[in-house]
Write a protein that binds this ligand. Structure first.
Ligand SMILES: NC(=O)c1ccc[n+]([C@@H]2O[C@H](COP(=O)([O-])OP(=O)(O)OC[C@H]3O[C@@H](n4cnc5c(N)ncnc54)[C@H](O)[C@@H]3O)[C@@H](O)[C@H]2O)c1
Length: 333
């Protein structure tokens, strides 16, 4: 049984705890820590675990075998470095870090330690429909992919959501899943800024379109619309030489009433990607038990952060911004 310590059991963290304690085998959250210590204590009381006064104490505790980091992105680096220093496997929610410089420091520490310990919570890689897209594209039946049109829509975002998070906290999902789907790196980023919705806070450019180009020239456009009001709507259409492929509607059921037929829209990531989160965390817990690594690596976190750095720059400087990345270290081959 993997004894898990969780840092930052907010909305995402508590959803993970629920999964681990109900549908996932082989793990239990035994320890929590949070900047809000009263909150950590309340969660610990509810799950019968221990609340630690700091993430450092939690990471170093002998009762913790592995760590999940579910705090906000800017807090991830320090805790990732502490996990690596103690040799504990860690599943870190996306983004690994909000900038490529910070991700590089994490990667360098992991390489120096000589063992892959860091997994990044890019759960879409575990989603059945994205996996079907990849299997079909990889089969070559449709020829080479040429363009991918994506959309990432949220009903609304919280007050702490800053202007750059449209790229480095939201679009980062598409950046990762497109690197995985197309199996190549992005070389440049541009941001188109359409008419703003009146329903977004003034600090945000919402919606925006991040336009990315891969090394072979595939163009990915990603509409980010985080105050769309109506639902959590993730769309993806790959256009290849001999056909197109899209994610189907989100729910497995169709609703038919006197008003007509419809496919209910999911309202959040936990609903839409329920199966993907379960598979992601189950595979990680099982790998922790076997002493193995699974899932996206620190390299994937770094590569995604590098593309997002270019995207954030393109949001303030108009024009196309090149993606700056180091060569993939042999450690992550
Ligand atoms: N995979 C996904 O689809 C997905 C969806 C939502 C959020 N996330 C990611 O999960 C993480 C958390 O998001 P959330 O929506 O749960 O936020 P949240 O605000 O609900 O929870 C974050 C928690 O972290 C705590 N915290 C903040 N700074 C901390 C620090 N320095 N040390 C310890 N605890 C700290 C907060 O007090 C809070 O309890 C973010 O990285 C976010 O990008 C991923």
């Amino acid at each position: 049984m993997a004894r898990i310590g969780m840092i930052g059991p907010g909305a995402m963290g508590q959803a993970h705890i629920e999964r681990i304690h109900t549908v996932i085998a082989g793990g239990r959250v035994v320890a929590v820590s949070d900047v809000d210590q009263a909150h950590a204590q309340a969660v610990a009381d509810r799950i019968g675990g221990t609340a630690y006064a700091s993430s450092k104490e939690l990471i170093e505790s002998l009762e913790v075998d592995a760590v999940m980091i579910c705090s906000h992105g800017p807090a991830h680096e320090t805790d990732l470095l502490a996990c690596i220093a103690t040799g504990k496997p860690v599943l870190c929610e996306k983004p690994l870090t909000p900038t490529a410089d910070a991700a590089l420091r994490v990667m360098e520490a992991e390489i120096a330690g000589g063992r892959r310990l860091v997994s990044v919570g890019f759960m879409r890689r575990f989603d059945r429909s994205y996996r079907q897209l990849k299997t079909t594209l990889d089969s070559g039946a449709l020829g080479a992919p040429l363009m991918v049109n994506c959309a990432h829509r949220n009903p609304s975002v919280p007050d702490h959501y800053t202007w750059d998070m449209a790229i480095n906290d939201t679009a980062i999902h598409e950046v990762d899943i497109m690197r995985w789907l197309l199996d190549e790196e992005f070389v440049s980023a541009r941001v188109d800024q359409p008419r703003r919705t009146s329903l977004a806070p003034a600090r945000l450019q919402d919606p925006l379109v991040l336009v990315l180009t891969t090394a072979s020239g595939v163009r990915v456009s990603d509409e980010i619309f985080v105050n769309c009001q109506y639902g959590y709507d993730i769309r993806c259409e790959a256009v290849a030489e001999r056909g197109t492929l899209s994610l189907a509607d989100q729910n497995a059921i169709d609703l038919r009433t006197s008003a007509g037929a419809s496919n209910p829209i999911t309202m959040n990531h936990n609903e839409r990607f329920f199966q993907a989160f379960v598979t992601e965390v189950q595979e990680w817990v099982s790998a922790v038990d076997r002493g193995e690594h699974t899932g996206s690596t620190a390299w994937d976190g770094y590569a995604a952060a590098s593309v997002c750095d270019a995207g954030v720059q393109a949001l303030t400087d108009s024009g196309t911004v090149p993606v700056q990345m180091i060569e993939r270290p042999a450690f992550y081959a």
